[in-house]
Design a protein around this ligand. Structure first.
Ligand code: HEM
Length: 501
């Protein structure tokens, strides 16, 4: 009897709690969030997005047309607030820059690969981020440091051209653009990160390991509905295996560099400086220990991954546009010849600085095809307001970069590929906020200058050496894209190259 009465007492206590929990409006409902498509309980818009069968960036473009420049998507437990207007982005990332400069919580898989947010890109806004970013920018990406790696870039460019030549020879003049462009830039970044010589096979193996990491980090349904986590035990196990493979593969090169530093002159092929040198004894604000073995692997991987697919993708879209617009390719070739003169000299970085048309081509290709259609996800450090709406701290704030650079209110005929818009002073071209392929504000891409050098140099060398034509000959270029970490061409670009006489 006593147990029955305590049972009723328990029920009497539980029922009001249950009623409260079931009838309570979720916290986000009480906030004045930006508008967005109606969703289902618990899953929100998640299944609508998945069932649309469209790449996420295309789905978002359609929503922007319906809901305007700021809207909300509920993806399971995550609330996404998507911005696609230059004024709003300016207000968020520049005027309220310190508030919008953080990153949201990571899913468990990402936490393993980022060593609990110990990277520049994933760290929350605070001392760890400041220490890591300052180190990367000042010690690796400043213009004086970039100059030091000029020889590394030149050798990588020569290897790149040789690879294209031998691939064309073996395939009736046809080459695979993205694969070769990715490899060329990876080659440079590996040398900058580790400062040691590696043969082509090793660089290729490292590239494969890194690609596997990126694939493992692809979003999964349980990132949005963590309650489904137990159904993804196999994927979790696989992620741990990939992390082990990454560490086992990379760490020996870290040790090799350490030995070279400890015994100067012992490794004749070692470069005078590398990213690793800045990391071994790195002081992190608020922490007494230097980076661990796992953290070193993670930081080097970030350097490699940040600049490889992004740059390779830009070159793929760039060559596709040069093939589709032969008059642009012809003008570019003329500019290269005018600057280099009649000699056989290879176009180099100094020449590239004197090529306004090349600069306009690169700007236009980054406008038309920003390699990442979204910035990395931002989060606010405190609940704030934007355009009159509430932005809570647990929301993912995403900047739709493609939506900014194809805005017809800013660009005339944004669908057209036309480098001249950057030479003729078109309204959009003059303002820094009208295209943001590298983001803006405190979290702007720190690799911006280096990436721009790489893209300029690669395109200039590619056009100086070869005429680029469609494959199959006479075919129309298909400019649809698909997401593979960056947005690459849906039908990967193969092109016919003819050596210039
Ligand atoms: C065409 C090439 C590249 C493009 C289009 C690109 C684009 C971007 C974008 C859009 C962001 C996010 C900005 C934001 O969160 O608002 C970013 C961040 C970042 N990028 Fe790049 N990037 C490129 C090359 C590179 C290179 C070469 C490196 C370095 C090796 C690099 C390292 C990073 C890092 C570390 C961050 C995180 C910055 C932070 O959170 O403070 N990127 N990049």
């Amino acid at each position: 009897m006593a147990s029955l009465s305590s049972y009723y007492t328990l029920l009497a206590l539980l029922i009001p709690i249950l009623v409260f929990l079931l009838t309570r409006k979720p916290k986000s409902k009480r906030l004045n969030l930006p508008p967005g498509p109606p969703g289902w309980p618990v899953v929100g818009n998640l299944f609508q997005v998945v069932r649309s069968g469209k790449p996420f960036f295309e789905y978002v473009r359609e929503l922007r047309d319906t809901y305007g420049p700021i809207f909300t998507l509920k993806m399971g437990t995550r609330t996404l607030i998507i911005l696609s207007d230059t004024k709003l982005v300016h207000e968020a990332l520049v005027e309220k820059g310190a508030i919008f400069a953080s990153r949201p919580r990571e899913n468990p898989t990402r936490n393993i690969f980022s060593c609990n947010k110990f990277t520049v890109n994933s760290a929350v806004y605070g001392p760890v981020w400041r220490s890591l970013r300052r180190n990367m920018v000042q010690n690796m990406l400043s213009s004086s440091r970039l100059k030091e790696f000029r020889g590394v870039r030149e050798r990588a460019m020569d290897r790149f051209i040789d690879k294209l030549l031998s691939e064309a020879k073996a395939n009736d003049g046809v080459v695979w653009v993205l694969k070769n462009a990715r490899f060329a830039v990876f080659d440079i970044l590996v040398k900058m990160s580790f400062g040691i010589e590696m043969d082509e096979e090793t660089v290729e193996k490292m590239d494969q390991v890194m690609k596997k990491v990126l694939i493992t980090l692809d979003p999964r349904i349980d990132d949005f509905l963590p309650i489904l986590g137990p159904f993804f035990a196999k994927q979790w196990k696989k992620a741990l295996e990939v992390r082990k493979e990454q560490t086992d593969f990379i760490y020996p090169f870290i040790q090799q560099r350490k030995r070279a530093l400890e015994n100067p002159g012992s490794d004749k092929a070692a470069t005078s400086f590398s990213y690793l040198d800045t990391l071994f004894d790195l002081k992190i604000e608020g922490r007494s220990s230097v980076p661990t073995k796992d953290e070193l692997v993670t930081l080097c991987s970030e350097f490699l991954n940040g600049g490889t697919d992004t740059t390779g993708t830009a070159v793929e879209w760039g060559i596709a546009q040069l093939i589709a617009n032969p008059e642009v390719q012809r003008k570019l070739y003329e500019e290269i010849q005018n600057v280099v003169g009649s000699s056989d000299r290879k176009v180099d970085e100094k020449d590239v600085e004197k090529m306004p048309y090349l600069e306009a081509v690169v700007k236009e290709l980054l406008r038309k095809h920003p390699p990442t259609p979204f910035s990395l996800t931002h989060a606010v450090t405190e609940t704030t307001k934007l355009a009159g709406y509430d932005i809570p701290t647990d929301a993912n704030v995403d900047i739709f970069l493609s939506g900014i650079s194809d805005d017809p209110n800013v660009w005339s005929d944004p669908e057209r590929f036309d480098p001249n818009r950057f030479l003729g002073g078109e309204q959009g071209g003059g303002n820094d906020m009208t295209m943001l392929p590298f983001g803006v504000g405190r979290r702007i891409c720190p690799g911006l200058t280096m990436a721009t050098v790489h893209i300029h140099l690669m395109l200039a060398r590619m056009v100086q050496e070869f005429e680029w034509c469609a494959y199959p000959p006479g075919s129309e270029m298909d400019f649809s894209g698909k997401t593979e970490f960056t947005v690459v061409m849906k039908n990967t670009l193969r092109a016919v190259i003819n050596r210039r006489g």
